[in-house]
Design a protein. Sequence first.
Length: 355
Amino acid sequence: MTNKLTLSILAALLTTSAGVSAKQPEFAADHCKAGEINAQHYRNFPAAEAEAKARHAKLFERKRAMAKPGDDASVAIGDTPSALALSATPSYVIPVVFHVYGTQFNGKTVTDAVIIDALNKTNEDFQGRTADFADIDAEFQGVKQALNIEFRLASIDPQGNPTSGIVYHPASSGAGNYSSSDVKRDHWDNYKYMNVYIQNDLYADGVTNNSGVAWYPDTTMSDEGLARVTYNGAYLGSNTDENFRSVLTHEFGHFLDLIHTFEGGCKRGMERRCGTTGDENCDTPQQNSWQMNPGDGGIVNCMGQTINWQNFMAYSDQYANFTQDQVARMVNGLDSQARVTLWSAQNQAATGVAN
Ligand SMILES: [Zn+2]
């Protein structure tokens, strides 16, 4: 499932700063390039980075507003205990459209049934309705959190006609590239639909085992019809194994503003600034590298902390959970200008996903 070239490049990129020697993991390594492509996006569009900073300042304010009496609300967000994570999250229903390009995905096909199954399972991941969610490491039983969200295939298209929420196109590639012409041409209004593009060669570079990529909430992209998740049809639902199909959940996490838990590696100095460094969540211990699964380098980080190796935003061979801080960040992302219209009651009715 892995490609040695891309794997070695990724290993070189990600292990240099972490100071960990490259090691071939037993699971597929090249899950996604979200860290790189979002960093590139912010270099290209400073306004997008400013928007992200404003969004995260809002999250800090929300957490501070919820601080209990006695808590020091003036502390940096990095010191905010996970107990302050937002609670009582409302229900979110997100209308989704899948754009499927071609019929061959490393020998697999993508049908309505495959997509429906994949989406159902991703909903179970988010809602904590899997056996793994119940069975995660003891250290994270008190930290894990579900999000009451459901991604539903749209049943009304932008013209007001009935739809399955799945649109088939001739084979194409490159929907993982920022300015993909397929993405722009075929998108449905990004403020009304979450657009998911299914291809096999995500970057039009001849590599067919990149699993997926997604951008964080950003109105520049939504205005241009470029907001999206791009995903490899070979790794949708039953087209792959039970664990690896959760990479779709991982990409949806990015779409809702989550960063990789291994971002930035592990550094002692980052600990007190955990709300603004790494994945910007304090209840996800830093990871030395992405290569941290039991048997793949240990599960204790550079400071001796047990890591949440089963986190959906890690590269895990047993995906299981999000944390309280991650859910708070997703709720904040759902309230952002680029995402808030998706789940409004008015839009749920207009796209045919209302209860
Ligand atoms: Zn990712």
